[in-house]
Design a binder for this molecule. Sequence first.
Ligand SMILES: [Zn+2]
Length: 257
Amino acid sequence: MFGWLKRRKRRRIAEQPWPAQWSQVLTLNVRQYRVADEQLRLRWQDVTRIIVAEKYWEGCDGLAINDEIRVTIAAQAAMMVLGVQDFYFDNVRTILIHPAFQRATMRDGMVVEEGRPLAGQAWQGGPVVLSWADVLAGARSNNGGRNLVVHEFAHCLDGLDGEMGGNPVFDNPETAQRWQQVCSREFEQLGRAAIAGRRVLLDHYGASSPAEFFAVASETFFEMPERMQQSMPELFELMVEYFKVNPDVKGWGLRKR
Ligand SMILES: [Zn+2]
């Protein structure tokens, strides 16, 4: 779609009255929204409704899609791009939702979640597949730092360079280089902790590949920012630069726009 047409459509979506029931869904289901201040909430609502409107939502295995499902998922994806101007996961068109966890086989070009119960998938250029039960578990509570929607949409962000390889795109080449250094060090450390069975802040699953490392680190960044800042300050700062928000400060340090 042409950029100007897209922007006009998005403006129209943002001009519609915000449905009161959607606020109820967000305060019930999205933990971070519950404690967000007014300015952050308004930005969050705008991004959420554009994602709701622009994606194709399909229920699988008999799951009937409703506003609660759409809004809960869209708001968590929105959380990841609150700091970014005019980006609404344009590389994701379809979101498939199953009632509960499902199994899938490994295929080329697809990131499947091996080693933990398969709750979601993100395919390069394909749909995001989620289990509603797992979405809710990660959305409503801290869930030990796990957030399925953040995990799968992190794979989608990672894929913007054409490959889900754990190398998110940074505007600044120096930051990209620092990302490489810090991440390879942290990835190795996580691998050693996983082999030794030693619990650390990041889920051991992140040691399975650089792509999973980025997805797991993104979950921790949004779910346990304070702990991440304390125990992995360099990685935390890089995540702040990447997502252009700091979930550990009031109002998330959103730049005025
Ligand atoms: Zn993954």
